[in-house]
Design a protein around this ligand. Structure first.
Ligand SMILES: [Ca+2]
Ligand SMILES: [Ca+2]
Length: 134
């Protein structure tokens, strides 16, 4: 038979872990909503995993975002955090970093060097087509 105090301590510990995990997810959402767009990649914009278990597994963009006091602005938009040759602002669809995106979803992930904008978006394609129409 288990001592009653031991069960209560176990339940409290389990509740503490659950609350800590819920807080981590909630905190991440608060920061994610500061980005111009986040629909496609969500947590993976800042974390090495799409389902982070803590705030410690930040990718290069996540580290820069944290260093920038979790603010989206021209300074962060003008960086190429993941070193793939595309600025964060271009990847997240807000080149000047004013918080007003030019597109509804990310062009690519600013925290993943293997994920780059590889296709011409619809507005650019429309401009190109109009140049050749008479
Ligand atoms: Ca980049
Ligand atoms: Ca990228």
């Amino acid at each position: 038979m288990r001592p009653r105090g031991r069960i209560s301590a176990g339940v409290c510990l389990l509740c503490a872990f659950a609350l800590a995990a819920a807080g981590a997810v909630y905190g991440g959402e608060v920061y994610m909503k500061r980005l111009p767009v986040y629909r496609t990649y969500q947590c993976a914009i800042c974390h090495k995993s799409a389902q982070p278990v803590s705030g410690q597994d930040l990718n290069a963009f996540g580290v820069d975002f944290r260093t920038n006091s979790f603010a989206w602005n021209n300074a962060l938009a003008s960086k190429d955090s993941d070193g793939d040759g595309y600025l964060n602002g271009l990847e997240l669809g807000d080149v000047d970093g004013d918080g007003v995106p030019e597109i509804a979803v990310e062009r690519s992930n600013p925290g993943d060097p293997l994920n780059t904008p590889n296709a011409i978006d619809q507005s650019t394609w429309g401009i190109l087509k109009s140049l050749f129409e008479d």
